[in-house]
Write a protein that binds this ligand. Structure first.
Ligand SMILES: Nc1ncnc2c1ncn2[C@@H]1O[C@H](COP(=O)(O)OP(=O)(O)OP(=O)(O)O)[C@@H](O)[C@H]1O
Ligand SMILES: [Mg+2]
Length: 509
């Protein structure tokens, strides 16, 4: 007899059904595992054997074959322990195979028979629900699985014994409740920042329209401070966004105690990050920082210090909102619609362009440093602003009265206008930064005076077609912040002002 248990293999955030087949046949005692298992899966034989021993069961002296079908789908991770153990228990007729066939199963086993947390429970629960099945998962992942649907049957045992007792009717496992993360403390507030009014305005625009931003300024002017405060003015995620973000976090094993949060992700990888860490991939094709920042912010501090390869690899996901990682025999796609916030100094000494300062290496200092950011990369950044050094006079001023909460209110209103606007349009965009092509033309056509200014400016500034559209998107956001429908000259003028910075002036000179 062959026992069948349903489990999953992950391809991106998608859970594909894997059939665990267990056969016990007469012959020399052996325990073989086939079906393209990776190292962690191959090792599960030992964990399963030990866990069964721990609950007082020994494997029968037979020829045991475990097959993970389909055979051509790579099986990675440690979540196959529990389905294999349950397949053995079904083959040994300890638990009814018919009952188990109503569930998808995943979990890792300890040698003492306890079931430990695994990554990817939320996508597995969504897959199980779509297939009309229930889910058996580790206890600590139960609240994560409960988000998949209100009606899905979930069993979250802490140990193998509890699960066996549940099926024997000696103990009842209750359905876990969906868990919300408690927000860890207050986010840093905008009111900590003195002066820098134009940078704060740019931050508000960026938050309202989901645009990309580059801040250029001398050391200690508050660039990192500003970026870290963006999270405090972004609107919370809606239910759909929260689920998408949590699926990626679940695959990456980043959901603590299976709790999910409405706060937008804010990822700030160090500049020594490798392409695999940033984009995704590596041995298990895990999501990278850009996917973990989906629907949130990717903050690249000290932008020119990132390796050129890493920076250039951001170009494609920045446009398409997703990342495709090619593996030896398949592709994995992760969503990565993030907002890029970057900060840099104007030159290696950090003070180029300041009145009275001359770099030791002259103009070359700034030119060489800024040349590390390629033109196409810069073209993808809607707002580029300078954050000048603060004078002592600014620093002794009392703290500003406006707090993050005040700015967040305006941002929320502007985002709501965009939601209403794009709700009926095709595609999944919800912000001005994502509006494209025909849709952009429909929602962001300036009035005559605005159009004239834009025409003149694009000749003088040599705007690319992409640059032209990006100006329109920012202008749309500026109008939305004012809650006006008409896109006027004033909006175009402010949007254009965000595209000129010392960086351009230098390259134009
Ligand atoms: N506008 C400001 N208001 C109050 N404090 C500030 C301001 N700007 C800078 N500071 C102080 O200076 C410190 C350094 O600021 P921050 O790290 O943001 O600078 P930076 O621009 O990122 O510099 P670098 O280019 O060296 O990374 C802050 O921790 C804060 O104490
Ligand atoms: Mg900094």
């Amino acid at each position: 007899m062959v026992a069948h248990i349903n489990t999953v293999a992950f391809q991106g955030v998608e859970a594909r059904l894997v059939d665990v087949q267990v056969q016990m046949a007469p012959g020399l005692p052996a325990f073989t595992l086939v079906g393209l298992p990776d190292k962690a899966v191959a090792e599960s034989r030992e964990r399963v054997r030990a866990a069964l021993t721990a609950i007082g069961l020994a494997l029968p002296p037979k020829r045991i074959t475990v097959n993970l079908a389909p055979a051509d789908l790579p099986k990675e991770g440690s979540h196959y322990d529990l389905p294999i153990a349950l397949g053995l228990l079904a083959a040994m007729e300890v638990i009814s195979a018919e009952t188990l066939s109503r569930y998808y199963v995943l979990g890792e086993l300890s040698l003492d028979g306890s079931i430990t947390a695994v990554a990817g429970v939320l996508p597995a629960a969504i897959g199980a629900n779509a297939a009309g099945k229930g889910l058996i998962c580790p206890e600590s992942c139960g609240s994560e699985a409960a988000w998949a649907s209100e009606s899905i049957d979930i069993l979250g045992p802490g140990t193998l014994v509890q699960l066996v007792n549940h099926f024997k009717g000696m103990q009842v496992l209750s359905r876990p409740e969906p868990g919300m993360a408690e927000e860890a403390g207050q986010l840093p507030d905008l009111s900590d920042i003195k002066g820098q009014e134009s940078a704060k305005r740019a931050l508000e625009v960026v938050a309202a329209g989901g645009h990309n931003l580059l801040m250029i300024g001398p050391p200690g002017s508050g660039k990192s401070m500003l970026a870290q405060r963006l999270a405090s003015i972004l609107p919370p995620m809606d239910a759909h966004e929260m689920l998408e973000v949590s699926m990626i976090a679940s695959i990456a094993g980043n959901l603590t105690d299976g709790r999910i949060s409405p706060r937008r992700p804010f990822r700030s990888p160090h500049h020594t990050a490798s392409p695999a860490a940033l984009i995704g991939g590596g041995i298990r094709a895990k999501p990278g920082e850009i996917s973990l920042a989906h629907h949130g912010v990717l903050f690249l501090d000290e932008l020119p210090e990132f390796s050129p390869r890493v920076l250039e690899s951001l170009r494609q996901p920045l446009e398409s909102g997703q990342t495709m990682i090619a593996r030896a025999n398949h592709h994995v796609t992760y969503p990565s619609r993030f907002q890029l916030i970057a900060a840099m100094n104007p030159c290696r000494c950090g003070r180029a362009g300041e009145p009275g300062h001359t770099c030791k290496r002259g103009r070359k200092c700034a030119d060489d440093y800024q040349a590390k950011i390629s033109g196409p990369m810069l073209d993808r950044i809607d707002l580029r602003i300078e954050v000048p050094a603060l004078s002592a006079a600014d620093l002794v001023l009392p703290p500003p009265r406006e707090s993050s909460a005040d700015v967040a209110k305006r941002v929320y209103v502007a985002r709501d206008i965009q939601h209403q606007r794009y709700r009926s349009s095709p595609g999944s965009n919800t912000t001005n930064a994502q509006a494209d092509g025909e849709l952009l033309e429909k929602v962001a056509t300036p009035d005559d005076a605005g159009l004239q200014l834009l025409r003149e400016a694009s000749d003088v500034m040599q705007l690319s077609a992409r640059g032209y559209h990006r100006v329109l998107r920012v202008a749309r956001t500026l109008a939305d912040l004012e809650n006006v429908e008409n896109l006027g000259r004033i909006h175009i003028a402010e949007a254009l002002s965000y595209r000129t910075s010392s960086l351009e002036l230098r390259s134009a000179a």
